[in-house]
Ligand binder design. Structure first.
Ligand SMILES: *Cc1c(COP(=O)(O)O)cnc(C)c1O
Length: 387
C-alpha cells in the first residue's frame, strides 16, 4: 500500500502469537509471596498454566519464590514431573479408576474428596509399594468437589485406617472459596469457620493436617487472615486481577495476543465487509486483515465490540469474526498501517492494546475465560520481558 516500505518488526514471527512474559509471572509470584507472609505459595498451573504453558510458568514461579504447584488432574501433575519439575505437586480432581499408582510413584500429592477416593488411593499405594501423600479436600460451602459434612466422619475413618495400614501419609487439609472475589461477603467467614471445624475434627481423629490451605488468588490478596500455611493462587500469577472491582494489586498481565497484518485493502463507501455484510463502509476507507478468528479463540460473541492496536493506535473491528480472519478499519486517507505490522488484541497495554479484563467486560465473562480461550493456530512463545 505505501510506496516506502518501513521496518516490519512482525516479519519472522508467528503470524498469530500468544507471547507469555515469564518476567511478569515472576513479578506476580513475588507479589503473592509478599502477601502470603509466613505462608507458602502453591502456584496453580492447571489447564496448562491457564493456557500460558504449565512448565515454563511453573519454573518461573518456583524460581520467584513459589514453594509448590497445584493442578487439577493426575495427568497434569505427571506432565510436570515428566518436564523435570521436582517441587511438591498436588492434584485434586479424579474420576473413578484414576491411575493413582503412577501419581504415588511420582511422589505427587493427592487431594481426596470422598471415602471412596481414600480407599482407591490406599489400594493404589499398595500396588505402588509406597505410601501415598494425601490431602483432604473439604467442601465448606461450594457444594462441588471436596468431602461434604455428611461424609466427613466416614472419610476421616478411612484415612485413619489407611494410615494405620501404612498406605498413606495425611499431609494437608484444604478447601475452596465461593466468593473470595467479594472480600466482604459473609460466605467467606462461614467457610473459614467450617474449615477450622474440619481441621479440629482431623486433630480429634489423630490425623491433624500439617498444612492447611484455603485461599485462592482473591483471598491471597485481600484476606491475610485466610493464609493459613499455604495460599493457592492461580489467576493472579498470570497477572489478571481476581477481584477487578477491588483493584489490580500491582499485577502485570503475562499474556499478549498479537497477529500480523496480512493484507490491506481499500474499500469504497457503501461496500460491505465480511459475511452477511453486517458492516458497510460509511466512507472510502482501508481495512486491515488479521489472520485469527473464532477457531483461534477470537470468539464470534465479540462481534465488533473490540479494537486492535497497531503501531500504538486503536482501530475498530468491522464485520463478523470469521473462522480464520478478522478485519479492522484503519480509516480513510493514507493508512498508518502497513502489511507486516503487528496487531495487538490484548495484553498488558504496552502497545496500546486492551486488556484481557476489557475483553471479559465486553463479553460478560471473567478474565480467566479470556486467556484460557485462546487456541487454534495461535503459537505460544515466551519472553522474559516484552519489548
Ligand atoms: C483453580 C483453583 C485455584 C486457583 O484459583 P484462582 O482463582 O485462579 O486463584 C485454587 N484452588 C483450587 C482448588 C482451584 O481449583
Amino acid at each position: 500500500m505505501s510506496e516506502t516500505p518501513r521496518a516490519r518488526p512482525g516479519i519472522g514471527r508467528p503470524q498469530a502469537e500468544a507471547l507469555v512474559d515469564l518476567g511478569a509471572i515472576a513479578h506476580n509470584t513475588r507479589i503473592l509471596v509478599e502477601h502470603a507472609g509466613d505462608a507458602g505459595v502453591m502456584a496453580v498451573v492447571k489447564a496448562d498454566g491457564y493456557n500460558h504453558g504449565a512448565l515454563p510458568v511453573a519454573r518461573a514461579a518456583l524460581e520467584a519464590g513459589a514453594t509448590e504447584l497445584g493442578v487439577a488432574t493426575v495427568t497434569e501433575a505427571l506432565a510436570l514431573r515428566a518436564g523435570g519439575v521436582s517441587a511438591p505437586v498436588l492434584c485434586w480432581l479424579h474420576a473413578p479408576g484414576t491411575d493413582f499408582a503412577r501419581a504415588i510413584d511420582a511422589g505427587i500429592g493427592i487431594g481426596v474428596s470422598s471415602p471412596r477416593q481414600v480407599v482407591e488411593v490406599a489400594d493404589a499405594a499398595r500396588s505402588a509399594g509406597k505410601p501415598a501423600l494425601v490431602s483432604l479436600k473439604v467442601d465448606t460451602g461450594m457444594n462441588r468437589n471436596g468431602v461434604g459434612a455428611d461424609e466427613l466422619d466416614a472419610c476421616l475413618d478411612a484415612l485413619v485406617a489407611a494410615r494405620r495400614a501404612g498406605d498413606l501419609t495425611v499431609h494437608g487439609l484444604f478447601s475452596h472459596l465461593v466468593s473470595a472475589d467479594v472480600p466482604a461477603d459473609p460466605v467467606n467467614d462461614m467457610q473459614k469457620r467450617r474449615f477450622d471445624a474440619a481441621a479440629e475434627s482431623m486433630s480429634r481423629a489423630g490425623i491433624a493436617p500439617r498444612v492447611r490451605h484455603l485461599a485462592n488468588s482473591a483471598a491471597a490478596l485481600t484476606r491475610p487472615d485466610m493464609a493459613y500455611d499455604l495460599v493457592r493462587p492461580g489467576i493472579a500469577l498470570y497477572g489478571l486481577s481476581p477481584a477487578p472491582d477491588v483493584g489490580d494489586f500491582g499485577l502485570r498481565p503475562a499474556m499478549t495476543v498479537r497477529a500480523t497484518v496480512v493484507l490491506l485493502k481499500r474499500v469504497a463507501a457503501g461496500e460491505g465487509v465480511s459475511y452477511g455484510h453486517e458492516w458497510i463502509a460509511p466512507t472510502d476507507t482501508t481495512v486491515a486483515l488479521l489472520p485469527v478468528g473464532y477457531a483461534d479463540g477470537i470468539t464470534r460473541h465479540l462481534k465488533n465490540r473490540y479494537e486492535v492496536s497497531i503501531n500504538g493506535r486503536r482501530y475498530p473491528a468491522v464485520g463478523r469474526v470469521c473462522m480464520d480472519q478478522v478485519v479492522v478499519d484503519v480509516g480513510p486517507g493514507r493508512p498508518d498501517v502497513d502489511e507486516g505490522d503487528t496487531g495487538y488484541f490484548f495484553g498488558p497495554g504496552d502497545h496500546g492494546e486492551p486488556s484481557a479484563q476489557d475483553w471479559a467486560d465486553t463479553l460478560g465473562t471473567i478474565n480467566y475465560e479470556v486467556v484460557t480461550g485462546i487456541k487454534g493456530r495461535v503459537e505460544r512463545t515466551f519472553q522474559d520481558d516484552i519489548s
